[in-house]
Design a protein around this ligand. Structure first.
Ligand SMILES: NC(=O)c1ccc[n+]([C@@H]2O[C@H](COP(=O)([O-])OP(=O)(O)OC[C@H]3O[C@@H](n4cnc5c(N)ncnc54)[C@H](OP(=O)(O)O)[C@@H]3O)[C@@H](O)[C@H]2O)c1
Length: 281
C-alpha cells in the first residue's frame, strides 16, 4: 500500500482508505469484517461522521477498530449545525464515545454552515490542546471558503479538505486541488465510485478502464482508484461493506500506471468546463 504525507500533519497515510457512509445498512458482522480486512490490507485511514446513520456508522467503526486503535488514522466529522465553539467540543466527545476511543487523528467540519468559522476553529483548537484531536480539516469547501479558514487559522492549520472526486466528477481539479496543493492541504476524494454509479463495461470509458486493468492483471475499479490518487496531495476513501470489495479496493494501493495510461483515462473522462461558481486561480 502506497502512502503519502497527509498535508501539514506529515503523517504517512495510505492513499486508499475506507469510507463508512451507509455502512450501517449492511449486515453488522459483514461491515465489521470488511473494515477489518481493509485494515489488514493497509487501508488504515477510516473516514466516518456523526451524521452517518445518526452515529450508527461510528459505533460500527468503534467495534471494527477495537484493539487496533494505534494502527488507524481515524477521521470523523461534525455537522455544521453543531459547529459553535461549545457545540464542536460536545459533538466530538459524543463521537469519541461512539468510536470507543479517546482521540481522533483528524476532525472535519462536514460542510460550510451558519456558525462563524472562527467559532468552529476555536472549538477545534480547544480539542487539539486537550489531546482529543490530533489535527482538523474541512469538507466540501471551495476556494473562497478555504481562503476564509486560512485567514483565521493561518498556514499549516488545515490538514485536509474532503471533497467529491471521481472519474465523472473532476471539478476540484480546476481550482480546489491547485489551491490545496499550493497550501499543503491534503485532498481526500470521496465517492470515488460515484456513490454506486461506476462506469459500466459497455461504456467507452468503462472499456478504457477494462483494457488498462487487463494489462496490469487488475480490475477497472482498481485502475480508477489509482488514477484518483495520481498526485501526492490526493487520497481516496471508497466505502465497501463486503470483504471482497475491501480486498479489491486495497489492491489499488500497489498498482502503478504509466503516464500514457493516465493520459488515456484523462481523455476518456474529461474534467469538463470550469464550474461557474469556482474562481480560476
Ligand atoms: N464529506 C462528505 O460530504 C462525503 C460525502 C459522501 C461520501 N463521503 C465519504 O466517502 C466515502 C465513499 O463514498 P460513497 O460511500 O459515497 O461511495 P463510493 O465509495 O463511491 O461507492 C460505494 C459503493 O460502491 C460499492 N463498492 C465498493 N467497493 C466495490 C468493489 N470493489 N466492487 C464493487 N462495488 C464496490 C459499495 O458496495 P458495498 O457497500 O456493497 O461494498 C457501495 O455501493 C463515504 O462512505 C464517506 O465516508 C464523504
Amino acid at each position: 500500500m502506497r502512502h503519502h504525507p497527509f498535508g501539514p500533519t506529515r503523517r504517512d497515510v495510505p492513499v486508499v482508505g475506507q469510507g463508512t457512509w451507509y455502512i450501517d445498512s449492511a449486515q453488522r458482522s459483514a461491515a465489521i469484517a470488511a473494515l477489518r480486512r481493509g485494515l489488514d490490507l493497509g487501508m488504515t485511514h477510516i473516514d466516518t461522521a456523526e451524521m452517518y446513520g445518526n452515529g450508527a456508522a461510528e459505533q460500527i467503526v468503534g467495534e471494527a477498530i477495537a484493539g487496533r486503535r494505534e494502527e488507524v488514522f481515524l477521521v470523523s466529522k461534525i455537522v455544521p449545525q453543531h459547529a459553535s465553539r461549545s457545540g464542536t467540543i460536545a459533538a466530538c466527545e459524543k463521537s469519541l464515545a461512539r468510536l470507543k476511543t479517546d482521540y481522533l487523528d483528524c476532525y472535519l467540519l462536514h460542510w460550510p454552515g451558519s456558525h462563524p468559522l472562527g467559532e468552529t476553529i476555536a472549538g477545534f483548537d480547544h480539542l487539539q490542546r486537550a489531546g482529543k484531536i490530533r489535527a482538523w480539516g474541512v469538507s466540501n469547501f471551495d476556494v473562497d471558503e478555504l481562503e476564509e479558514v486560512l485567514s483565521i487559522a493561518g498556514d499549516g492549520a488545515i490538514a485536509c479538505n474532503q471533497v467529491l472526486y471521481h472519474l465523472q466528477e473532476r471539478a476540484i481539479e480546476h481550482a480546489v486541488l491547485p489551491w490545496c496543493e499550493a497550501h499543503d492541504v491534503a485532498v481526500v476524494g470521496y465517492s470515488p465510485f460515484g456513490h454506486g454509479d461506476f462506469p459500466g463495461p459497455r461504456t467507452t470509458g468503462g472499456r478504457v478502464l477494462q483494457e488498462i486493468a487487463e494489462a496490469h492483471n487488475a480490475t477497472p475499479r482498481q485502475v480508477a482508484l489509482r488514477f484518483l490518487v495520481r498526485r501526492p496531495a490526493l487520497f481516496t476513501i471508497p466505502k465497501a461493506s463486503t470483504v471482497e470489495h475491501a480486498a479489491e479496493n486495497a489492491g489499488a494501493g500497489d498498482l502503478r500506471l504509466t503516464e500514457a495510461e493516465i493520459a488515456r483515462i484523462d481523455a476518456a473522462f474529461p474534467r469538463g468546463p470550469v464550474p461557474s461558481s469556482l474562481p480560476m486561480l
